[in-house]
Design a protein around this ligand. Structure first.
Ligand code: FES
Length: 158
């Protein structure tokens, strides 16, 4: 990664991209979502403070562990005066996100187990395939055709 001389206090989008490893389009997206900000030069070019490097690193690290951008934005917005996250901020937030990550890993483990049942099956049955209809609590213990009949009302039986 190219080094940015200390005397440079602002970065162009290209410099921020090169230094952070994030694509220019990703930086524009982060900015549109309020995760980073820039000022405009008289020539209407974006300039980012050096702090943006750390903010981008924070966002990318959180994204790598699957934290949604909305959650990342909330975390950044809660920091006093929306300052750039410190080492302590990251330690605290990453600890809080760990339980979310653990839960997601458990869910993925369950999905993997169900997928194992599907491999070589291909039925995609709404009754039998958990992956095909994972949220079907109404239909538990009922067949599909029986459920359709019970849902029918005079207004929609048509
Ligand atoms: S495809 Fe048959 S059980 Fe999922």
């Amino acid at each position: 990664m190219p080094q940015i001389p200390e005397k440079i206090h602002e970065l162009s989008v290209g410099q921020l991209s090169a230094r952070s490893g994030a694509a220019v389009s990703a930086l524009h997206f982060y900015e549109s979502k309020g995760l980073i900000s820039s000022r405009r030069t008289t020539g209407n070019q974006r300039r980012y403070s050096r702090d943006a490097l750390r903010r981008v690193a924070f966002v990318r690290a959180a994204q790598r562990v699957g934290i949604p951008l909305a959650t990342i934005r909330e975390a950044l917005a809660e920091l006093p005066e929306e300052r750039t996250p410190t080492r302590e901020d990251w330690a605290r937030l990453s600890e809080a996100w760990r339980s979310e990550l653990d839960e997601r890993i458990k869910q993925l483990g369950r999905l993997r187990d169900h997928l194992t049942d599907c491999i070589g099956c291909g039925c995609l049955s709404l009754e039998n395939c958990v992956l095909s209809n994972p949220d079907d609590v109404v239909g538990e213990g009922m067949t599909g055709s029986r459920l359709m009949g019970e849902r029918r009302t005079p207004a929609n039986s048509g």
